[in-house]
Design a binder for this molecule. Structure first.
Ligand code: CTP
Length: 472
């Protein structure tokens, strides 16, 4: 395995080597940077470890660079960082660490490069390259990390129970790397995740979710989601998702395993879009199936209303996982709530009004909704898949035609909620919503023209039925 470096990188490494030489300390490139270079993956995060004061080394290197970057440093952790030509360069002194059982904050002592490599998470992340005069450029690989890179396996330098107990986030990282790099976690390590899963509770939810999002952004998120499930980690922080697993059979009728169906939908979505939130909508589209599952005699399994219950579950799940609670959450909830609508439009005698409603409800997210719905087709029967996709093709075409005719997607009704409050001197209330919907629906259904006058007349009529009068 060879390493290719740009001129910029070579110049930077020579500066670091020169400054370390001045200080009389040994120094090395280490971790993800070395791993990614050996794999030929692009990387902009350079980690440097030195047998001495990492903060001082960072200052010396920064001072020797033409643009003299500002150094950010954390005395308590002994780390320092600066940015250089798009690179994020981090320095740390080599250390020995020991952990206590109730925290992932280690007690740190200065150590040698060997100590430092031994305390790292995986053999593929413990590779170092010397920046020292006597063996500049030499790969230092005490745990056969290069072999593991070639074999595509994830292994820990120490007994995995020790590595994971020291820092339980590493269990998430193992699964994340396996997913991103398409590597296999060796059995011994995978079994240790199962044994140590309960230790995840000392990790903040933000960090867990950060890893989960990296899994969601991989080419095939199902690999990681399945490993999370099978190791037992998923149930520790996301039981609603593991509740989707399993098949129940009554009167010889079973339903599909909604967990593995969901994983397939996420992968299908990922093949069409790199948008994290669209992938989240795929992950959550059927989340309320366990809560709405019924067996109807003579008919079979139903999940009536799972899109509505699912929409309501989204905010709770976002809060629990510490995901952002604003537009992104609303977007995911909206797609979950609408995910059955395009399918309902594949029947033959669908009116323009039903098309207008979907155009209005989906608005700017219509293309994403269609990606989700197409991804939701996971039948193994090729003929069925072909037929469903053709039907969606017709729906798309009709939606396009209705949109061209009526321009509904960015449409706003001629009378707004604010107008209604002013006209009847109302504060925000249920009545305002009822009136607003009545006006909107009458236009979408083609009952009245899309004009202010017609909308106003209908508004007065509906308000009259509710004993409301305009104030002037
Ligand atoms: N590391 C570790 N245990 C952790 C986190 C990090 O041992 N819980 C070590 C690994 O040697 C890792 C290095 O610190 O390679 C840098 O960590 P980080 O930047 O988080 O990850 P990378 O391996 O660089 O990978 P990525 O940038 O994809 O997160």
């Amino acid at each position: 395995m060879d390493i290719e470096c740009s001129k910029e990188e070579i110049k930077l490494f020579e500066r670091i080597a020169a400054s370390a030489g001045e200080m009389g300390v040994q120094c090395y490139l280490i971790g993800g940077f070395v791993r990614d270079k050996l794999l030929g993956r692009p990387t902009k995060d350079v980690d440097v470890v030195c047998q001495g004061d990492g903060i001082r080394l960072a200052h010396l290197v920064a001072a020797s660079l033409p643009h003299n970057p500002q150094v950010n440093f954390f005395k308590n952790f002994g780390t320092a960082q600066f940015r250089h030509h798009g690179f994020d360069v981090e320095f740390v002194g080599a250390r020995k660490e020991s952990y206590s059982s109730d925290s992932r904050k280690p007690q740190v002592e200065a150590g040698t490069i060997e100590d430092d490599q031994l305390r790292r998470d995986f053999t593929i992340n413990a590779l170092a390259i010397s920046l020292n005069k006597e063996d500049y450029g030499k790969l230092i690989d005490p745990f056969n990390g290069v072999n593991d890179l070639q074999q595509k396996i994830i292994r820990t330098p120490l007994d995995p129970d020790v590595t994971f107990s020291d820092d339980p986030l590493r269990m998430m990282r193992a699964i994340r790397f396996a997913t991103q790099l398409d590597f296999t976690i060796i059995d011994e390590v995978f079994d240790a995740i199962g044994r140590n899963k309960g230790r995840l509770k000392i990790i903040s939810q933000e960090r867990i979710t950060d890893e989960l999002n990296k899994i969601m952004l991989a080419d095939k998120p199902s690999v990681g989601l399945d490993l999370l499930y099978r190791s037992g980690l998923l149930r520790e922080f996301f039981p609603q998702l593991t509740d989707l697993t399993g098949v129940e059979i009554i009167e010889g009728k079973g339903h599909k395993d909604n967990f593995y169906h969901t994983l397939q939908v996420v992968d299908n979505t990922a093949a069409k879009s790199s948008d994290l939130w669209l992938r989240w909508a795929a992950l959550l589209h059927d989340i309320a199936k366990p809560a709405t599952k019924r067996f109807e005699e003579g008919h079979g399994w139903t999940f009536h209303g799972h899109e509505v219950v699912g929409e309501r579950m989204v905010p709770k799940i976002f809060k629990q996982l510490k995901l952002p609670l604003h537009e992104k959450m609303k977007y995911v909830a909206k797609l979950v709530s609408l995910h059955l609508r395009p399918i309902s439009l594949t029947k033959e005698d669908i009116t323009d009004s039903a098309m207008r409603r979907l155009l209005f409800d989906a608005g700017e997210d219509l293309e994403d909704l269609m990606i989700l719905c197409e991804s939701d087709i996971t039948s193994k029967n090729k003929l069925k898949v072909k037929r469903y996709l053709e039907n969606f093709g017709f729906v798309k075409q009709r939606l396009k035609e209705v949109e061209e005719k009526d321009s509904i997607r960015n449409w706003q009704p001629p009378i707004s909620g604010d107008d209604i409050m002013q006209i009847f001197n109302l504060s925000p209330s249920r009545e305002v919503g009822v009136l607003k919907t009545a006006v909107r629906d009458a236009i979408l259904d083609g009952l009245i023209p899309n004009t202010h006058d017609a909308a106003y007349r209908l508004l007065l009529e509906k308000a009259g039925e509710m004993n409301l009068k305009p104030v002037n």
